[in-house]
Design a protein around this ligand. Structure first.
Ligand SMILES: Cc1cc2nc3c(=O)[nH]c(=O)nc-3n(C[C@H](O)[C@H](O)[C@H](O)COP(=O)(O)OP(=O)(O)OC[C@H]3O[C@@H](n4cnc5c(N)ncnc54)[C@H](O)[C@@H]3O)c2cc1C
Length: 539
């Protein structure tokens, strides 16, 4: 029997697991979770089968693929206990349809989950289809910049506060670039804090990807309980393989592996850099290789997150060490850990490095002890590696009929600019507002086109800036031996470049925050952060 796991985040009042981030533990192996969402598709399911850390699920139900296609009708039947807002009510007019607009989202990553929240706020019914079988504690910290925080705050104060409670602030820290060999500062910039303070924006934070995912899933679960909102169902372990638009009915069908499908009024491809929805929309090869439309950045990325105490742990926001060929980025995280990324110049599709610790210790042999100590502190098993790809700006429309793209699927950005998730959140914010204005189903395509038109220039500019930073490092590194050139010509000039960059990135700000409020909440977050780190170091 083939199965699809459905992780239902509808809080049906009878599910008991409500774990906290960072203290999430798998349920007891023998524990059974009863599917409680009514209807024939719900069965008893032994949680231990998939070793799930099913921390986010209100309940987990098993769907037999032989039983039914995953049609919107069957999906809706499980929600019959709640009155969904009608399409007419959502839009405040007597619309033609009597049911809620059903939006299917391919990909339940950061962009897809946040989009679900925005759409629920507009009263829509959402189905998120996620390829992975479970949300795991995986992925180190990411920078959620002020624009991303501002968007979160504008959507839900509860979500915004929960993100703050699970992150550490950049406020009061120093970030910048150091010489890789000596560890001396080349220059520092305080734009991360200063610009938001001046523009009255929420401060940027550093949050573990899994904690951010937890916050988004928890918000979905809370919204599912509110009568004034739409509903979201998340289907796990389901891969979108293609889509089909039916011009007669106006419906879009997302075809899944194993021959099942989900049908809705709109399909959004939030399925990441290797998007299936994108490859069909643009009729292009999906994946790496010479025909790929993604571009290899020239670096293989190694990373790890060891527990490590340094004298300046609480003073550093993030720090990039640059040297010939390679660069190395560190970012102190919660619970006394430091995330490091080693960007090592390499050719595309280079071999997997078996003993990555020795490889890196050799690559960074002449580098400052600050870098080497972190490498020494990390174990092979904890070091991950991947080829780093991004995409050039895509000027072709990201919408086609009732299908559109969002996040990395249309504008994958170099991580060095710390904007990928912020941009995906902005997309979701704009897209949901435009769909919320739709008064007639015929207007959907127009709304999707408008979404592309509103987003293309900003996302293309930030993609360009990310690439420019990366290329600048490549140009800068051969000049490193000429220290006086760097110190007197380049270093004074670079902070201005960063002020301009941050200023532009942070300029999308639907919700402001008074500096005094930002500072006091950042101070509270810092206090908690220090306590957590001390506790971890002294355990
Ligand atoms: C090393 C690194 C560091 C980064 N640091 C930062 C940072 O500091 N700040 C920042 O803002 N951004 C950062 N980013 C970028 C950020 O992670 C992405 O921009 C962001 O996650 C994009 O969200 P997304 O939803 O578009 O894609 P993703 O988060 O990648 O989600 C895509 C989802 O779709 C699912 N999926 C894929 N294919 C299918 C399919 N066919 N069917 C169903 N599901 C599918 C995947 O399993 C995944 O869950 C970093 C990225 C990297 C690689």
């Amino acid at each position: 029997m083939q199965t699809n796991i459905v992780t239902c985040t509808r809080a049906c009042g009878q599910c008991t697991d409500d774990p906290q981030p960072s203290s999430r533990v798998p349920d007891a192996a023998s524990e059974k979770v009863r599917g409680l969402c009514s209807g024939a598709l719900v069965h008893m399911y032994n949680v231990s089968m998939f070793r799930p850390r099913c921390q986010y699920a209100s309940c987990i139900v098993l769907r037999r693929s032989g039983m039914s296609n995953t049609k919107s009708s069957s999906v809706k039947s499980r929600c019959k206990t709640r009155q969904l807002p009608t399409y007419a009510r959502v839009n405040g007019s007597s619309a033609l349809r009597q049911d809620t607009l059903h939006i299917v989202v391919a990909g339940g990553g950061l962009g897809g989950l946040y989009l679900a929240i925005c759409l629920m706020k507009k009263g829509f019914y959402v189905t998120v289809i996620e390829r992975t079988a479970e949300y795991r504690n995986f992925g180190g910290p990411i920078q959620l910049a002020s624009n991303g925080m501002s968007v979160l705050k504008a959507t839900s104060r509860r979500l915004y506060e929960s993100v703050q409670q699970n992150s550490r602030p950049f406020w009061g820290t120093k970030s910048g670039i150091k010489y890789g060999y000596t560890g001396d500062w080349m220059f520092t910039f305080d734009a991360i804090t200063e610009i938001p303070k001046r523009m009255e924006l929420p401060f940027a934070v550093c949050i573990d990807r899994s904690d951010l995912q937890y916050c988004l899933l928890n918000e979905i679960r809370s919204l599912n309980l509110e009568d004034s909102c739409g509903q979201t169902e998340i289907i796990m372990d389901a891969t979108v393989t293609s889509y089909h638009q039916d011009s007669r009915t106006g419906k879009v069908r997302a075809n899944l592996e194993h021959g099942t499908h989900v049908e809705g009024d709109v399909l959004i491809g939030a399925d990441g850099i290797w998007s299936t929805v994108r490859s069909q929309m643009f009729d292009e090869q999906n994946g790496r290789g010479s025909k790929s439309t993604a571009s290899y950045t020239g670096y293989k990325l190694f990373s790890s997150l060891p527990l490590y105490q340094t004298d300046d742990f609480f003073e550093i926001g993030y720090c990039a060490y640059i040297g010939p060929d390679n660069y190395f980025v560190t970012c102190p995280d919660r619970h006394g850990r430091i995330q490091w990324y080693a960007f090592v110049k390499s050719s595309p599709e280079s071999d997997y490095v078996e003993d990555s610790k020795s490889f890196l210790l050799q690559k960074f042999e002449r580098w400052t002890p600050e870098v080497r100590a972190l490498l020494a502190q990390s174990e092979n098993i904890d070091i991950s590696q991947r080829d780093l790809w991004d995409r050039p700006p895509c000027l072709r429309s990201w919408s086609n009929g009732r299908v559109a793209l969002l996040g990395d699927s249309c504008h994958a950005t170099m991580p060095n600019i710390g904007q990928g998730s912020g941009l995906a959140f902005e997309d979701a914010f704009v897209l949901s507002n435009l769909l919320g204005e739709v008064k007639h189903p015929h207007d959907i395509c127009g709304a999707l086109n408008k979404y592309y038109a509103q987003r293309i220039w900003r996302t293309a500019t930030i993609q360009g800036l990310g690439r420019m930073n990366s290329e600048a490092i490549k140009i800068l590194t051969p000049l490193l031996p000429i220290k006086s050139l760097i110190d007197f010509v380049i270093s004074p000039f670079l902070p201005l470049v960063f002020i301009a960059q941050f200023g532009y990135c942070y300029s999308f700000c639907p919700e402001k925050e008074a500096a005094v409020t930002s500072i006091s909440s950042a101070a509270r977050m810092n206090e908690r952060h220090i306590e957590e780190c001390m506790e971890s170091w002294h355990q």
